[in-house]
Design a protein around this ligand. Structure first.
Ligand SMILES: *[C@@H]1O[C@H](CO)[C@@H](O)[C@H](O)[C@H]1NC(C)=O
Ligand SMILES: *[C@@H]1O[C@H](CO)[C@@H](O)[C@H](O)[C@H]1NC(C)=O
Length: 286
């Protein structure tokens, strides 16, 4: 009798295990048939799965061939804006009755472009101050402002933060320091017309075609004097959060030979260049 044995050999498979003893061993045929049924079912469904998967692959492959390419999702079409969802959900509710005034923000244009004054297509060109270094080419944050009888400059600000919608446009000629040379050429004073441009879109090199031509003019905002002797400002005007303020700077007809040429860097100190100062609008929205 097996019951008497102290040692039962364990086998490496369930079939083997049942062969090795106990109740099942007394009905070997039944046991084998049950197991093989299970295997047949598994193999059947595995085959079905493989067939379905293969069919799906072939269909998808054929579709890609038909459509040309599989790289559709990252394409942008000309002039399409990048999605910039608001980061300030429900802040309006929190600030609804707030009288807290936040300190003003100095905001510099991330892009400036030049256009030829006589070019009816208004083709834009971005100048840069890239220079080779031991580590490779370096492109500093310097932006060029160039306004004379031949060139006009397009600048775009992104109105940043929340409830900072009262804007003042400020031109302060940048200073030469040990670390920053604005390379100023200025007919002092120069009268410059500031036009708003007709676009809600971002002038971004990451949007196909967005930086090719300048948008058309909307209205004359103001005429500003560019002078070394004192900063000059315009405003306040309304600059809605998350939107763009896009301006064109061109010689005023009152002074067609105006001449302004300099580089500005938002990090340079003392602060200088063309920038907007965004003031808190929680107290008295414009
Ligand atoms: C703001 O004031 C109005 C009227 O006094 C009140 O109904 C509302 O609940 C207040 N909202 C908040 C966020 O305190
Ligand atoms: C314009 O900017 C300069 C430089 O930051 C600053 O000294 C001056 O107070 C600003 N003017 C106004 C009216 O904000």
């Amino acid at each position: 009798m097996r019951g008497a044995s102290e040692y039962i050999q364990l086998s490496s498979s369930p079939e083997g295990f049942s062969d090795a003893g106990f109740e099942e061993a007394e009905k070997p045929e039944q046991s084998v048939r049950d197991h093989s049924n299970g295997h047949n079912g598994l193999i059947f469904w595995a085959c079905i799965g493989a067939l379905l998967s293969t069919t799906l692959s072939v269909i998808l492959f054929a579709r890609d061939l038909y459509l040309g390419t599989g790289q559709v999702p990252f394409q942008t079409t000309t002039g399409q804006a990048l999605r910039r969802p608001s980061q300030y959900m429900n802040l309006d509710k929190i600030l609804a009755n707030s009288t807290h005034e936040f300190p003003p923000i100095n905001n510099f244009p991330p892009v400036t472009f030049q256009i030829n004054v006589g070019d009816s297509r208004r083709k834009m060109k971005e100048d840069e101050r890239g220079r080779p270094t031991k580590l490779g080419a370096v492109y500093p944050d310097d932006r060029r402002i160039l306004i004379n009888s031949k060139f006009a400059t397009i600048v775009q600000f992104r109105n940043i933060d929340y409830a900072m919608e009262r804007c003042v446009l400020n031109i302060t000629m940048p200073q030469k320091t040990d670390t920053f040379d604005p390379a100023v050429t200025l007919l002092d004073p120069s009268l410059v017309d500031i036009w708003t441009l007709d676009t809600p879109n971002e002038l971004s090199r990451y949007i196909d075609g967005a930086t090719t031509y300048a948008p058309k003019r909307k209205e004359l905002l103001t005429t500003l004097t560019f002078s070394e002797t004192s900063p000059n400002t315009f405003g306040e005007f309304h600059c809605p959060s998350g939107q763009f303020t896009t301006l064109e700077l061109t010689c005023s007809p009152l002074m067609a030979n105006c001449n302004v040429d300099f580089w500005q860097d938002r990090r340079a100190r003392p602060l200088g260049g063309l920038h907007i100062i965004q003031h808190s609008s929680t107290v008295s929205p414009v």
